[in-house]
Design a protein around this ligand. Structure first.
Ligand SMILES: C=C(O[C@@H]1C=C(C(=O)O)C=C[C@H]1O)C(=O)O
Length: 264
């Protein structure tokens, strides 16, 4: 493929970038998030996964979940994962460089987008606010599998929340005349008001609750009893509240942070 075709393909991608296409992607990602939470909820809390004193090995990894996340990110960094502007590591310091030939990702975002990473906050919110609400208390010893499920949840949440960069980019392109003055004035409040769509947020919260109730219901064959009605693998109300309290606000935080750098 020639350089000219490459460039053309690139501009096609940014031409296709619309608020609708970005919102469609966010809707699809809801399914991945709900499924990942359901997978994690197959295990109880398994507190030793998060306890730095549970194990020790050379190098300072902290807890088992930190070991799994740091080492997995190191492997994935070598495989080129973080060259993709849609991927964000939880432990960006000391990551090894990519070992694979560079892929030419379409340049859609302002290059300053790389400085926006809210994964520290996502880590804190996931382990301290969300996890205790949707997993059963207890310990079944499956710590490695538990950490693997946590990593999956963290990665899909991070992807969704950092999609705020793309959301902000389309909103800026559609209405740059409105966005430019508050960006120059570093007026976060006005930016937040401009990018907020209350009706969309309300629909998102309703839809994720519905997805959690559909994807997480017990499916029985040959049993007409209502015994399992209303029993879900992950409580739809918890998912909806988590979206409203954290996922949406963090996405908007990413949007504002990105917009503040949009004219750099
Ligand atoms: C993502 C968007 O921006 C804001 C954040 C939303 C979200 O995180 O779901 C929804 C609506 C907006 O308030 C959007 O407009 O779609």
């Amino acid at each position: 493929i020639s350089e000219v075709e490459m460039v053309k393909a690139d501009s096609d991608v940014s031409d296709r970038l619309t608020l609708e296409s970005v919102r469609d992607s966010l809707i699809r990602q809801e399914g991945s998030i709900v499924f990942s939470l359901i997978e994690r909820a197959k295990f109880p809390l398994n507190a030793p996964t998060y306890d730095p004193s549970y194990f020790s090995m050379p190098g300072s990894y902290g807890s088992l979940v930190e070991l799994v996340v740091k080492q997995t990110e190191a492997v994935q960094a070598k495989a080129g994962r973080y060259e993709n502007p849609e991927e964000h590591p939880f432990f960006p310091d000391d990551l090894p460089p990519s070992q694979v030939p560079p892929h030419k990702y379409p340049r859609v975002l302002n290059p300053a987008a790389v400085f926006v990473n809210v994964n520290k906050k996502i880590w804190d919110v996931y382990f301290n606010k969300l996890l205790p609400l949707f997993v059963a208390p207890g310990d079944d010893g499956n710590y490695a599998s538990t950490a693997a499920r946590d990593l999956e949840c963290l990665q899909v949440l991070s992807r969704r929340i950092h999609y705020g960069k793309l959301v902000a980019e389309v909103k800026f392109r559609d209405e740059w005349k409105h966005y430019e003055p508050p960006i120059r004035a570093r007026d976060k409040k006005t930016l937040m008001d401009l990018l907020t769509a209350p009706a969309v947020e309300k629909a998102v919260k309703k839809r994720v609750a519905k997805k959690a109730s559909i994807f997480g219901q017990e499916v029985k064959v040959g049993d007409d009893s209502d015994e399992n009605k209303g029993k879900y693998k992950v409580d739809p109300a918890v998912v909806s509240r988590f979206y409203g309290d954290w996922v949406i606000p963090l996405t908007k935080d990413v949007e504002v942070q990105y917009l503040l750098r949009r004219l750099d």
